[in-house]
Each structure stands twice: as C-alpha cells, then as structure tokens.
Design a protein around this ligand. Structure first.
Ligand code: GLN
Ligand code: ZN
Length: 758
C-alpha cells in the first residue's frame, strides 16, 4: 500500500545554532547590516525547508520569521497603528515589536495556551488595511526554489483569528472587521494561485477556543469569499479539538481541514477530535490533515499516532484523503535532539525534538492500515474504537493524594495575620530579583567553565547578597529580598536541584522575538533532595534584623514552563512538585525565615482553551499551590506574586490561594485589578505594583504617590493602610542598577510621604 501523504504546519524558525537571534541582536546594535540580516534569515529558512523536505515530507509549510508570525501578518496587511506611520521596512517591523522614540511597542500576549508570545494587532478607530505582500511572496518564491513548487505551501494567519486575537479599539463587531480584511486576503490568494502553489494553509487557531462557537456566520462568510479565488485552502485549527464547532467547521468550503488530535500534553481530559469524527463522520471529498504527532511534547510517540490513524481508517476516512502531520506547529519544540550530549542513554530513545518528529511523521505514514470503514460513525462500534485509543492516549492520574491538613493552613488568615510580622502603614518591599549585572553573569560562566571554584563562586554571590541587603536597609525598605544573584532562571534554578527533571544544552524554544528559553523536561517522579534556597536566605538574613523573604517558584509555574510528562497527568506532576517544594518551605522556616514568597506568574496561562475545563484546572492548580504553602506556621507570612494581572475572571481561584500577601503586576492594567479585588471584597494584604519594571524610565515620587492614592481610593481592604503594600510590578533582574536605585528610592520616599499624610 502506498504510504499516506505527509505535511508540516510550522517548524522552528530560529536556526539550528540560534542564528536568527544572533544576527537580529547584532542588527539592533548596528553591528550587522540589513543585507547580512536578510541573508542569514534566508539561509535559516532554506535550511528548515530542506530539512523537512529531505525527511520525506510531501507538503512543507513555508514557515520562517524574523520575529513573530502575527507581526508579519500585521505588516503584510498594513494595519499600522498611527504612532508608527512614516516608518517603513525593517524599521517599521522592529519599531512595532520593540517600540521607538515616542511610540510604545505593540502589546505582547501569550499565543493560545502556549508559552509563545505574539504581537497583538491593534484595530484603531478608523483603521485601514494597506497590504504589502512583497515579503510573503518572496518567501514563497524562495521556498519553491529550494524544495520545488509541488511541495512549498504558503501559510497565513486567517482573518478570523487575526481579528479575534487583535485589540479591537474601534468597537466594531468581528464580522465587520473580518469583512474589511477580506479584499486583501483575496488579492494575496490570487497572487499565490498565480505562483502555482498546491494549496494555502489558513491558520485559524482561535477556532479551538470556546468563543469560536459563536462565530459560525463570520467563518462561513469569510471562507466563502476566500474559496472564491479558487486556490485550494487548508484550514488549520491547532491547539485543541474544535469542540462544538466541528459540524459546521468541517463543512466550510475548504479542500483540507487540519485538526489537532492531541491537545495539551499530560491533560487528564482527552482531546475530542477523534470522538467528534467518530460521532459526526468526516465529510467525503475533503482531505483530513491529521495532527497525530505531538507538536507540543518532547516525548516520542508511544504508539498513539498510528492508533489514531488506524481508527480514522476504521471509521471510514479513505487513506487517500488522510495526511499525517504534527498536532501544532513544531515551533514550540527544540530543533534537534542530536545536539544534546548529556541526555541519559535510557531516556534518549524516548525523546523526539522537531527534527525527530519529522521522522515520526514519515514512519506513521508508512505504517500498515486496517480495513476501511469497519466502524460506521455514530455507532457503538465507533464509540468503542474511540474508547480504546483514549485508553492508550490518556495520561494517568498517579492517585497521589493530599490530605485535608496538607490543603489548609492551620489557622485562617483572620487569626494568623496578627501573629505575623507587623509593619507600619504602606510597608515597602520588592518582588525578588535585582539586576543581573554582566559581572554576575561572568561569575556564573567562569564557575561553569571550572575557572572559578564553587566555594569562590559562593563567596562572590554572598558579596552581591550583602550589597543588596545593605542597599535595601539604607533605603529603608521594610521587607528585604536577597536579590536572586545565584539564579539564571526561576524554573531552571529549582529544577536542577530536584529529582525528576533534566535540562538540555541546546533545547532552545522561541518565547518571543529574539528571546528563547530552554524549558526543562520532567522525566520522572519529582522529589525533594536537599534544601535549595536556604544558604542564600541565611546569608541575607544574617546581615539584617529586618525580615528577608524566602523566595520560591511555585509548582504550577515550574510545571507550565517545563515540558511535562505525558504518561501521568499534569495534576499529578503539580502535586509531586508541590510536595517537594513544601519541604523547601519548611527548610526555610527552620532557618528562621518569617516571610516566604511563592511565585506563580504562570498560574493564569495554564488555563485551558475550553471554558468548561477551567474549573478542573484551577482546582488542582490552586490545590498544588496550597500544598506547597500550608506547611507554614501561622506566624510565617506567605506571599505570592502573579504577573500579567488580568485575572478578574479567576478571582475565586486567587482567593482560594489563601496567600497572606498577594503581589500583582498592575501598571499596565491601570489599577483595574485593584478595583476588581476591592469589588470582590478580597480580604488579605495586597501589593499592587507601583511602577512598570519593563521600562527603563525612573518613576517620580509624585507618580508613585498617585498610584498609592488610587489603590486606597478603590476602598480595598477597607483602606487599612498596613495591609496595602508598596512594591514594583515584578522582579528587577532585567534592569540596571542605574535605574533601579533611583526607582526604589522614589518608591520608598512616596510611601514615606503617604504615611505622613495619614
Ligand atoms: N521572584 C521573581 C523575580 O523577582 C519573580 C519573577 C516573575 O514573577 N516572573 O524575578
Ligand atoms: Zn512578575
């Protein structure tokens, strides 16, 4: 039997040796010319296309970007916010991404439920669309020249997702905005048709969200129009099953429907794509892009992919109309496992990065198939088939149970608060990290290379801690931090000390623009080995009588910023992490720590795309946080910190965290969160950020006083000024001391003046 067709829907864009990062950062520093930048980028893209075609993939997505695919779409459609008008070319592109003199950058937001950030389009009142297709057409031409016309498939962000993921400042309904874009999309399709492309991938990730259920009319209209150009369309909906939209979505006038059969790795509730097909059938005459190779997981396929394909054939989908592909773009994976030299031998065969996933796609396409149509859609036989694949596929709950005592502090906040540190009104603190200076990074590198002994390194780090403590005392800050000079990354630092996690040497994944991260891999049962943060805490606390915060990364954040296991549920992994970190909290307490901060900046971003799964996620995520903290004595103050403060919709969960002090990023949301907390009658200490740490601008005393006044005016905590903390928005590690010192001084001065006004 002929093998099934194969396709890709996106690939790492950063280059095997992070070439794009290197050249872009040099370009920004004016050390590389535009010609050099483009030539490196073209080479990286060509290599990626060659790798995919070379692996044997039939249809290769013409992926590739300097920064972000949404930014490229904004540029291509020419929907340029007024503040950037007058700019052109790369200057325009990078100004929108990074800001320019007098023009703040576009917002950045998490893409779907991944850790990738996209640039948020802005639909200003009266916005217009002045397309420039030169870049995308050039890319498709280069792709055709590299791997052949029959293989090169243009990929574009679809109009519905573009509008729904944009910031709509003009208040127009989705249908109207989409309609405004369609002429540009049609013109593009016409030009691509003229270039002889086999099809065009139209990526509509938004259709995997619950909100898409209300968009049938908008989608029908849009795809009717797009289809009219005659070029075959491949509607790609990744990141989850399409849920309730399935019946109408598969009827849209497209030649190919590409679906995600896997969803989030380690999810307890299985992705429903196979179930939807088993129930409703798949329309004859259309091609099914079967996303069965997990594009979000570094784990090799364990047999689920061929089982899914076999099930599709049994359900009557003709092998000739099935394509094997990844569940989501492979951009979320490191590029090549072969770059790793330190992965344990027994683990290596069980892992697959982007390159290795290509091999899996080909292998699955060649696997033997069962007889077609033995289980008609909608019959009990079909349902049984789904059940048997599901059993193979689903992550198991380890049954790791936590008891009531582990879920609850021994005393409620109202009782325990009085036993904790008592400070003056508007107590001041910071969020944890201080500037990671070139000197600190140099020390770490020298230590890594063996040029600086561990003992000497520790001494140098102690010096930086001492500097931070002295500075904070001199500034009259109330609750001090040690500054985190010993930490590269808030997840890596903990992961390296726990059992059950491994780290890659070159497993870079794009987070945004030129920022790449190396997420750890959870590969076994996570457990506590020995205290992780106690030495640095003890050094800091020994230098001052003021309370120093113990500083931990929470279990949910460690999980959400790692590649999880797929054999056991995320919930089970979160609890394992929580039980390990719980021992760290006890260790800190035993070392005399009176305030422990457990950061959970990634709590919100783990929310599933389907609204009906939120409660399930929040239930175990908050439980994991609680398990970490409840070991604390009533006298110990538990602080948490959340970034991206837009969490009005999960207020119940925030309350259930039961932290004694909640510090939140606030400056970008204009006190909205403080008002929301006040309205919800949130009743524990709150520290809304008084200034934006993402900006090098030093906030004035007056500015910070206005912020504090604004918090008080919300009526939060009944205006109890001892419970309203004054702190920056987030950690300061990306800032320099030159702006950090005056900013913190102004912050303390503002708190002082506010106290005097009481
Ligand atoms: N304690 C961490 C820091 O200050 C918190 C960082 C974060 O929330 N992203 O860097
Ligand atoms: Zn933060």
């Amino acid at each position: 039997m002929a093998p099934l067709a194969t396709s890709t829907i996106g690939y790492p864009r950063i280059g095997g040796n992070r070439e794009i990062k290197g050249v872009i950062e040099r370009y920004w520093k004016k050390q590389a010319s535009q010609e050099e930048l483009l030539s490196v980028a073209n080479e990286v893209q060509a290599q990626a296309w060659k790798d995919q075609a070379g692996a044997g993939v039939n249809l290769v997505a013409a992926d590739g970007t300097l920064y972000d695919q949404m930014l490229d779409t904004i540029y291509m459609l020419g929907i340029i916010p007024k503040r950037f008008q007058g700019k052109a070319g790369l200057d325009l592109l990078f100004s929108m991404a990074r800001g320019a003199e007098g023009a703040t950058a576009l917002d950045m937001s998490k893409f779907m439920d991944t850790n990738y950030h996209y640039e948020v389009p802005e639909l200003e009142p009266g916005w217009t669309c002045k397309p420039d297709f030169s870049h995308i057409l050039d890319k498709v031409l280069r792709c055709q020249a590299t791997i052949g016309k029959e293989k090169a498939v243009p990929m574009i962000m679809g109009p519905v997702s573009f509008v729904c993921l944009a910031k709509s400042l003009d208040g127009q309904p989705v249908a109207q905005s989409v309609a405004k874009l369609l002429p540009a999309y049609r013109e593009l399709l016409k030009q691509l048709q003229g270039m002889g492309v086999p099809e065009v991938q139209v990526h509509e990730p938004y259709l995997a969200t619950t909100q898409a259920e209300a968009l049938q009319k908008e989608c029908s209209q849009a795809f009717q129009e797009l289809a009219a150009e005659g070029v075959p369309l491949n509607l790609v909906v990744a990141y989850d099953d399409v849920g309730e939209t399935y019946p109408w979505l598969v009827q849209l006038p497209v030649a190919v429907v590409s679906l995600d059969f896997l969803g989030v790795p380690g999810a307890a509730i299985p992705n429903r794509t196979l179930e939807l097909i088993a129930h409703h059938g798949f329309p004859a005459g259309k091609v099914l892009g079967a996303g069965v190779i997990d594009g979000r997981s570094v784990w090799a396929d364990s047999g689920v992919a061929p089982a899914l394909i076999s099930a599709l054939v049994s359900l009557g989908v003709a092998p000739g109309s099935i394509r094997v592909q990844s569940s989501v773009s492979l951009q979320h994976l490191p590029i090549d496992l072969n770059k790793e030299t330190k992965i344990p031998a027994d683990l290596r065969p069980r892992l697959a990065f982007a390159q290795q996933k290509l091999g899996e796609i080909i292998r699955v396409a060649q696997a033997p198939l069962p007889a077609q149509g033995t289980a008609a859609a909608g019959t009990p036989a079909a349902a049984q088939l789904v059940q048997s694949v599901r059993e193979q596929h689903c992550a198991k709950d380890t049954g790791l149970s936590v008891n009531v005592d582990q879920l609850n502090r021994s005393e409620p906040y109202t009782q325990r608060r009085a036993k904790q540190i008592q400070l003056r009104p508007f107590p001041t603190t910071s969020i944890g990290s201080f500037p990671q200076t070139p000197e600190i990074r140099r020390l770490r590198l020298q230590n890594k290379k063996g040029l600086l002994s561990d003992a000497d390194y520790a001494k140098m780090i102690a010096g930086h801690i001492g500097f931070a403590i002295g500075l904070q005392e001199a500034m009259d800050i109330d609750v001090l931090v040690h500054g985190e000079p010993e930490r590269t990354d808030m997840v890596e630092y903990f992961g390296q000390e726990l059992n059950g996690m491994i780290f890659t040497e070159a497993g870079w994944v794009q987070s945004y623009g030129s920022r790449y991260v190396r997420p750890p891999i959870i590969c076994g049962d996570v457990s506590f080995v020995k205290p992780i943060t106690v030495d640095e805490f003890a050094i800091a606390q020994s230098m001052t009588s003021r309370p120093v915060k113990g500083m931990l990364t929470g279990p949910v954040t460690i999980l959400n910023w790692s590649f999880p296991r797929v054999d056991i549920t995320r919930k089970s992994q979160a609890f394992q992490l929580a039980l390990a970190l719980r021992q760290e909290v006890s260790s800190l307490e035993n070392a005399g720590c009176r305030v422990v901060q457990v950061d959970e900046p990634a709590l919100r971003e783990g929310l599933p795309l389907k609204a009906n799964r939120w409660d399930g996620y929040l239930s175990w995520a908050v439980d994991a946080f609680r398990v970490t903290c409840t070991t604390a004595k009533p006298e110990t103050q538990v602080v948490t910190h959340l970034c991206y403060s837009d969490f009005q919709d999960i207020m119940g969960a925030i309350d259930r965290m039961d932290a004694d002090v909640l510090t939140i990023e606030n400056s970008r949301s204009d006190d909205e969160m403080v008002r929301a907390l006040a309205n919800a009658k949130y009743g524990r200490d709150v520290g809304p950020g008084v200034y934006d740490v993402h900006s090098p601008v030093v906030p004035t005393v007056a500015f910070i006083k206005d912020k504090i006044r604004s918090f008080v005016s919300t009526g939060i905590l009944g205006g109890d000024t001892k419970l309203i903390w004054v702190n920056p928005d987030c950690g300061l590690k990306t800032r320099g001391w030159a702006e950090t010192i005056p900013s913190l001084r102004n912050m303390v001065q503002a708190a002082r003046e506010m106290r005097e006004e009481l």
